[in-house]
Every structure is written in C-alpha cells, then in structure tokens.
Design a protein around this ligand. Sequence first.
Ligand SMILES: [Fe+2]
Length: 339
Amino acid sequence: MEKLLAHLSHLEIASPDVEASAKFYVEKFGMREVHRADGKVYLRCWGDYDTYSLVVVPGAEPALARMAWRTTSPEALEVATERIEASGIQGTWSEGGYGYGRAYEFTGPYGHPMRLVWEIEKYAAPAEFASIYPDRPEKRSLHAAAPRFLDHVTVATQDVRGFAKWYSETLGFRVMAFTELDEVPITVFSVLTTNEKSHDLGVVLDTSDRAGRVNHIAFWVDTHEDLLRTADVLMEHGTPMEYGPSIHGIGEQNFLYFREPSALRVELNSGGYRNYVPDWEPKDWKPSDGSNNFYRNSAMPHSMTESFPFADGFTATEEGASEEMKAAILNPYAQHGRG
Ligand SMILES: [Fe+2]
C-alpha cells in the first residue's frame, strides 16, 4: 500500500472546565495559546510545525473529541477516504476549520472520532516568537517544562488486535508491538505508527462497554534531562506524577504521566529508537518482559488503566467520576495511602 498518513497533526480534547485545562497547559506545561473561538482554546508547543497541536473544547467529561492526521499528499487523502468507505464506514467531508482545509471526518470502527487532512496552514511565528534558526517554527520556550511537540495519542478499545488490524489494513499504520498479560492470553496493548517513531498511535484494552475512549495524550521533549526537569517543575507546582519517570521496554522511550485538571492523563516522552523497517513483524511482549517498565522493577499503578470518559462501574478506583475520585487521581500518593 502506498503510504497514506504522514503524522499526527492535532488532538481535540473535551474538558468540563476549558479555562482550567487551558490555564494548566499554558502555565504549568509551557504550551502557548494561539487562538480561541466558540469556547475552544487552541494551544501549540514551541516546536509544533502545524499552527497548533491541542484544542481544548467544552464537554461534560474528559474525552478525545477528535484526532487529526495529516495525509502524505492530496491524492493520499482521496485514497484513504476510498479505503475507509470500502471498509463499510461512512464519513463526511468538511470545508475545514482554523488552521486546516478540506478534511474527511469519520468515526473509526471502535468509536474514535478521526479527521484526515492534507491542507494545513503553515505556521508563521509572530515577530516576538520568531526563531533565529531557519527550521524552527518558533523560538525555544523559556518555560522550564515546555514540551517540544505533540508525540502520540493512546486510545482504548474492547478489541486491541482488531483495532490494530483495521488501522493497519485500511490506513497503512505499521503495527509495532503487542502486550499480552502474563497470566492469561489477553492482548492488553498495542502500538502503531505512521512514520519512523516507535508509535504515534497506541491502544489499550478497554474492559468497559463504552466505545471511543482515550487513555492518554503525549508530548515530546528532546532529552531525558528535560523530562526529569519537567517532573521536578510539575511536582513543585502541585501536579503529582501518576507513573514514572522511567523507561518503557516497548519503544524504549523515557516517560512520565500526570493528570491535567479535567483528570485526563498526559504523558511526556523523550528518547526511544527509530524504526524504518517496512515489513516489521510485531512481537508479543509480556509485562514481565518489561513492556511498560524496562527495568522490570515496579508495577504500573492500577490507576493507569483508567480511560476517559469515565466508565461507570469499570473505573480503576471504582468510585465513578466523583470529586473524591478526581482528587484521588490527581494525587495518586494520597490515593494509595502514601501521602
Ligand atoms: Fe503513551
């Protein structure tokens, strides 16, 4: 199949309190607000090539409102659309929105709202943010915890292998790895990619019956030191680490996870390998192999299995989306009685 998708362009995430979420991303995480309209706030990292990579939109619950992928060409957008419709899914064409042109929007077979787009407005920094380096979209942020650019999105589905099959066969994602539980042959995780990154789309098993959920969104910093400094800055300013900093076995990225005010999980990565192998055969990992924790010396907190929106009756903390649970999720140490 000709290469159809180039990279993850932007994510739209719903928040019950758009202002609180946007304030967090700007003041604590070092992103920059570039636009707002219709209650939506558009945010960019200093190194995003597109105008923005994150849109916070109003919603009753934390959720993935849409993930937007840029195609490799205008022709690829048409081919991708034909392939989606041939698989039995019908989407709609949109004339575009802020920062992008004509786009095909559809809901994937496991309930995830998608947008495919070729026409992207090239970002041109205003004079005060212009870099002295020709290839930088804008100058490096002065913020101590600022991510460079959007990295990936990890969604949840009731059928991890089915999800990987559809996205690879229909849109040409390479499937890079699976994780099966040690105890029983249940596939709980997979990573897929459109390019040389080990993944730009992840998928975790969803044990709820609520389709289209998201587990986390992820950004990138250049070095492990940048990542550790971000953990330090967030800790000092009231945002606990849910998991990490550590290294994933799969992909070998440095990682940390924390929650934004809506309780949505945000990951930060650096490092990892590149993989250009066109006929890569995905291996099955087990948690005991270090799939999640390269050093095999700590278990993933159970709270990490929580996806969004909350699925009543299936939450990691089994308390629903109460204020108490949100507080517990935002402070995992208190949740585990270690505070
Ligand atoms: Fe991730």
